[in-house]
Design a protein around this ligand. Structure first.
Ligand code: NVA
Length: 293
């Protein structure tokens, strides 16, 4: 596929992309990674400026955008959670119209999915979703790339089991990857039925089964067990109650064995509380609550 097909396009959710386009993005990423490893420089984005708007904090997403732009000869302007007027004194629509005149693209990490849609609608430049409350498509592209690197079969023959993640459902239903969201009934009941139905319908086209269940038998045959932090950014107050609710679904050696697949791989989008090396994990332990995943 000619990559000019991506020119000017927003990247708000994988649901907006065809399986062929997602495959082309994965091939392009693999090619650029190999070129970087081989020390072959390129500057496809020379003269381009991208605004990085982070209303939530970030380590990997910010670094990957900054490094990618620098390596392609472009530049970024980083706007941290406290340093813009956006959403406080200035509407998202006004911000979009102004930033669209300065920048060639906008990356946004924040809360509502509607915010990336508004930026895309009014900025006139491509907008890239760097995580919202609903979706995290760049993470899924990176994770699928990892799967291609580590699992010796095509993506469409893979099975992913996840605690809970819409973004994974979107990627899997497009790419023909079987997906099981494994977790407590309480969280399954809270899932958005319209989104689930849309993913199932999309999965019927690509050949992906999309399931949410608390039945551990559904772990059988998984190629990937994928986990997430107890509660997403901005929901930190939920962490103790989620740790209690989700501890039975924690991925450990027993759960890995339950897949029946000796080649199964474990993935996590990070951050994760797997020891006491974080301030938050230590603070909760001091209050008598163990939030280790
Ligand atoms: N679900 C995670 C994703 C981080 C990349 C979070 O929101 O904290």
């Amino acid at each position: 596929m000619d990559i000019s097909t991506f020119k000017g396009r927003d990247f708000l959710t994988l649901l907006d992309y065809t399986p062929e386009e997602i495959t082309a993005l994965l091939s392009l990423a693999a090619k650029l990674k190999a070129q970087k490893k081989a020390g072959i420089p390129h500057d496809g984005l020379r003269g381009k400026n991208v605004a990085l708007i982070f209303e939530k904090t970030s380590t990997r997403t910010r670094c990957s955008f900054e490094v990618a732009m620098a390596e392609e000869g472009g530049r970024v302007t980083y706007l941290d959670p406290g340093s813009s007027q956006m959403g406080k004194k200035e509407s998202m629509e006004d911000t979009a119209k102004v930033l669209g005149r300065f920048f060639d693209g906008i990356e946004y990490r924040g809360y509502d999915q509607a915010n990336v849609e508004t930026l895309a609608k009014y900025s006139g430049v491509p907008v890239y979703n760097g995580l919202t409350d609903l979706d995290h498509p760049t993470q899924i592209i990176a994770d699928m790339m990892t799967m291609e690197e580590h699992i010796n079969k095509p993506l469409k023959d893979c099975k992913v089991r996840n605690n809970m993640c819409y973004a994974w459902m979107f990627g899997c239903c497009k790419m023909g990857v079987d997906f099981v969201g494994y977790g407590p009934q309480e969280l399954i009941d809270g899932a958005d039925k319209t989104i689930l139905e849309a993913c199932k319908q999309e999965g019927a086209i690509s050949g992906a089964n999309i399931t949410l269940t608390c039945d551990p038998n559904a772990l059988k045959g998984a190629d990937v067990l994928y986990s997430d932090i107890w509660a997403s950014m901005g929901e930190e107050e939920l962490i103790p109650q989620r740790a209690k609710l989700l501890t039975p679904y924690r991925i450990d050696h027993t759960m890995l064995a339950a897949t029946g697949n000796p080649e199964v791989i474990f993935m996590h989008c990070l951050p994760s509380f797997h020891n006491f090396d974080t301030k938050l994990a230590r603070e909760w332990m001091d209050k008598g609550v163990d939030i280790r995943e």
